[in-house]
Ligand binder design. Structure first.
Ligand code: AKB
Length: 316
């Protein structure tokens, strides 16, 4: 049985991943960690450790204390926030990853690190973006994610460290809100549709990006972590996607269930520029071939589930 340390547990993915992993591997085999403790988050339930990933000693202490053999490294600053403070994004995303890999090397841990569609840039082919293609991102987040993929591959080649990752698209979920991402509109829109029947979108119509519902994202991580290493030609990181839509597409889908919902545009040019530099749609055939990636939710089924879960949560 694996003994897993999750860093950045209080973020959008971590908040659900910790519980999902505990159901799969047992509560005591999944150590949640974050640089601070938010008492209202379920992910701060025990076992929990304070781990600031820019402090290598804190990572090492948690790994040794719990005899960890796998690190799921989620701690990162996302795309929109990264542009507000590139130095902090570099410090957390790069030094945090370097510290994690070093601790993993010293303690023989496997490492799974999510990458992102942000590794691509304006010169990347936009439609059905291939697994192996041009990667010249124009955000600090994207720069750290490309460098992170290379660093993880380096540790695999040089030290035989078992490193793996996926390039996540925008993740849509109903437990914890995302923070500081370009794709966040696709989460906010559901909350606003239910609460106020209207949403002011910070991205323009026609801005297509890949997206995925959280249950598929959680499954992707476990599936890749458990994949037979002899089948992995790629490691860091695999294109994966479940759907691609623009603001008009998601609004139209929501309108089927909330007929009086209305969307307006109030485009944020800085975030729009980031979105335009990313692919419209990814080719994820290598993940499908090498480890059986096969998402369950599309826009229609995700929308039904999101509205159902959120209306219960918001008491609407
Ligand atoms: C972001 O928008 O920054 C993230 C991502 C696609 O990595 N959701």
């Amino acid at each position: 049985m694996k003994k897993i340390l999750v860093t950045g547990s209080l973020g959008q993915i971590g908040s659900e991943l910790v519980m999902y992993l505990r159901n799969t591997y047992g509560t005591n085999n999944v150590i949640s960690s974050s640089r601070s403790k938010k008492e209202d988050s379920i992910a701060t339930s025990e076992p929990f450790e304070i781990v600031d990933v820019t402090n290598a000693q804190q990572i090492a202490d948690a790994v040794k204390k719990h005899k960890v053999d796998t690190i799921l490294h989620l701690a990162a600053v996302l795309s929109a926030t990264g542009e507000q403070n590139p130095a902090i994004a570099w410090d957390i995303n790069m030094n945090g990853l370097y510290n994690t890999l070093e601790v993993a090397r010293e303690n023989q841990c496997a490492v799974c690190v999510p990458s992102s569609i942000a590794v691509f840039g304006p010169s990347t082919p936009k439609d059905q973006t291939p697994q192996d293609t041009v990667m010249r991102p124009t955000t600090i987040y994207g720069v750290t994610k490309v460098a992170g993929e290379l660093l993880c591959d380096y540790y695999y080649q040089k030290y035989n460290l078992d490193t793996r990752g996926v390039r996540f698209p925008g993740i849509i979920s109903n437990v914890a809100l995302p923070g500081g991402g370009t794709t966040d509109y696709a989460v906010h829109i559901y909350y606003e549709a239910l609460k106020n029947k209207k949403y002011s979108c910070f991205l323009d119509k026609g801005t297509y990006m890949d997206m995925m519902y959280m249950p598929d994202a959680l499954e992707a991580i476990v599936q890749l972590m458990e994949a037979d290493p002899s089948k992995l030609i790629h490691r860091n990181a695999f294109n994966i996607t479940a759907m691609s839509f623009d603001p008009e597409g998601i609004a139209a889908e929501i309108k089927k269930h909330v007929p009086d919902f209305e969307m307006h545009y109030n485009v944020n040019p800085d975030i729009q520029k980031i979105a335009e530099s990313w692919p419209n749609s990814l080719d994820d055939s290598e993940a499908r071939k090498q480890w059986g990636w096969n998402p369950k939710y599309d826009l229609a089924s995700m929308t039904v589930d999101m509205l159902d879960k959120l209306s219960k949560k918001l008491n609407i």
